[in-house]
Design a protein around this ligand. Structure first.
Ligand code: 3UK
Length: 519
């Protein structure tokens, strides 16, 4: 298929929102959330009001708007509203801690923060010190929420319902998404207006075969690149319906959505598929009898989970690898061509290569470093020259993953080339967990590595050296786990904690994490 071409003046909100009105799809349902259904016409008006409201707060083209929102109708409203005026929404993880948010506000220099009221407590202590923030717009909980902040509902009602898109080009900066690295703070991956449509066509349309009659549900939230494509741009590309759930995805909440909304496409991460399968009563009969295809990404899907899911739910899971930098899935299994235990083959429109340390291609059957090239690659990390130089090489992006290609062209994941862990599909830096542990007064030092659970999925395991080794006890181990849980995003805490007398180190004192990994 030929490469997409874009008109010189192009705004993503025009493609994903306004086009449906112009083409007669205004009365179709775009969104179903706990408050009910929103048609494309209603969503388009909300987007216009949101754009006008943001403009009214002084937001101009190219300025960032930090968006910390639970899933629901207001997410696409604010996301497209900001982009439509040429501003740059920056959706962020809703599971982080005050210190993380202080950094994101500082780094992005957003002057407007759009925040779910329920998450306000995580910001209460840092807003005073956030020197760039001028306006906080609260979403939900009108009348009950704290402070003198504006409410999105009121702003939308007061704003004008029509709005002409800003004269952006396909190459304008459209949004950022933060991605964590092994050291230092997360980096803002800078994405352009054309990238959303590129992923919607190359993966959503051509791999998933998404249709206007599809009803999609993504357990991965919209602030992840994965969830953003899954539940916002892919359905909105064709005029399909997206179901949003503000609640955390658990087997029970997901099964309820499957049963009540009967989606045709479901997107999850391996940990969630495994936990749904762990309850033998969960099946196609108690889920969605319309389910046609499922998607897994974020970390490798163990073969057994895919096979068992197919037996129980009667729909295949397409495992595919994507990244925040590439925006969405660039290598994948596809309908009618599923090889469990592999990430499939490159998605048409993307090129991949496996190279050795000298940059030379490795032969099939040997593992190499995965590089990828394609039209949705972010242009750089914001304000991070060195990290950008390390990752982006001309049109190529270094993923940090190792892969093996077989003679038939299928790719099998072979681990990371750094110490980063994927836990429930989300990045965890061992350094960050180690620092949280050593902040406890009983801890001298700590090392964190990945350890596989019963479902063959990676979770953090900590090796801890105590200041007073004879204090080691199961109760202290539990206290340390809770200590980390209270300081970091909850998925980051060590599920296992072992006390040791010392940690393996190099002559220069660097922890040798590889010696602590099993196998
Ligand atoms: C790992 C996988 C094996 C891999 C993502 C779909 O996960 C996403 O983005 P992130 O930036 O992480 C990227 C890294 O995650 N990974 C993702 N998928 C797989 N490893 N098999 C997989 N199927 O290390 C990769 O480099 O959080 C996933 C769509 C958009 C995304 N941003």
């Amino acid at each position: 298929s030929p490469a997409l071409s874009f008109p010189r003046e192009y705004n993503a909100a025009g493609h994903f929102i306004d086009r449906h009105l112009a083409e007669g799809r205004g009365e179709r349902i775009a969104v179903i959330d706990p408050e009910g259904a929103v048609t494309y016409a209603e969503l388009a008006e909300r987007v216009n009001r949101a754009g006008n409201a943001l403009r009214g707060l002084g937001v101009r083209m190219e300025e960032r708007v930090l968006v910390c929102l639970l899933d629901g109708r207001d997410f696409p409203t604010v996301f497209f509203g900001a982009m439509k005026i040429g501003a740059v929404p920056v959706p962020v993880n809703t599971l982080l801690q005050p210190d993380d948010y202080a950094y994101l506000l500082e780094d992005s220099r957003a002057r407007v923060l759009v925040l779910s009221s329920l998450l306000y407590p995580k910001f209460a202590s840092i807003l005073e010190k956030a020197r760039f923030v001028e306006h906080v717009v609260l979403v939900g909980g009108e009348g009950t929420s704290p402070g003198r902040h504006a409410h999105l509902g009121e702003l939308l009602r007061a704003a004008a319902p029509t709005l002409a898109a800003a004269p952006t080009t396909p190459d304008d900066v459209a949004f950022w998404l933060y991605s964590s690295g092994s050291t230092g703070r997360p980096k803002g991956a800078v994405h352009l207006h054309s990238h959303l449509q590129q992923t919607a066509v190359l993966y959503g349309e051509r791999v998933l075969g998404i249709q206007p009659d599809d009803v999609v549900f993504s357990a991965a939230k919209s602030f992840f690149a994965y969830g953003l494509g899954n539940g916002i741009t892919f359905p909105f590309h064709v005029g399909a319906t997206a179901v949003y759930q503000p609640a955390r995805a658990t087997p029970d909440t997901v099964m309820r959505v499957l049963r009540e909304k009967r989606p045709t496409i479901f997107y999850g991460v391996p940990t969630l598929y495994a936990s749904i399968l762990a309850d033998p009563k969960n099946s196609r009969e108690t889920g969605s009898d319309r389910l046609r295809v499922c998607v897994s990404a974020g970390e490798a899907l163990p073969k057994e989970i895919g096979e068992t899911w197919f037996e129980r739910f009667g729909a295949h899971i397409l495992d595919g690898i994507g990244s925040t930098e590439m925006l969405h899935i660039f290598m994948s299994n596809r309908p009618g061509d599923v090889r469990y235990g592999t990430s499939g083959r490159p998605v048409a429109g993307y090129d991949v290569k496996l190279v050795d340390d000298a940059g030379e291609p490795v032969p099939d059957g040997e593992d190499g470093s995965l590089w990828v090239r394609g039209p949705s690659s972010c242009v750089s990390y914001w304000n991070q020259r060195q990290k950008s130089l390390d990752t982006f090489h001309g049109a190529w992006t270094r993923t940090g993953d190792r892969y093996v290609r077989d003679a038939e062209g299928y790719f099998t994941y072979a681990g990371r080339s750094d110490d980063m862990l994927k836990v429930s599909g989300i990045w965890v830096s061992p350094f960050e967990v180690e620092s949280a542990l050593t902040a406890h007064e009983a801890v001298l030092e700590a090392a964190v590595v990945g350890h596989t659970d019963e479902a063959k999925l990676i979770k953090p395991k900590a090796f801890v050296v105590l200041k007073r080794p004879d204090e080691a006890s199961p109760a202290l181990a539990d206290a340390l786990k809770d200590f980390v849980k209270g300081r970091l995003a909850p998925y980051k805490y060590p599920r296992w904690l072992e006390f040791v007398r010392e940690l393996p180190k190099t002559a220069t004192g660097k922890i040798q994490r590889f010696k602590l990994r099993e196998g």
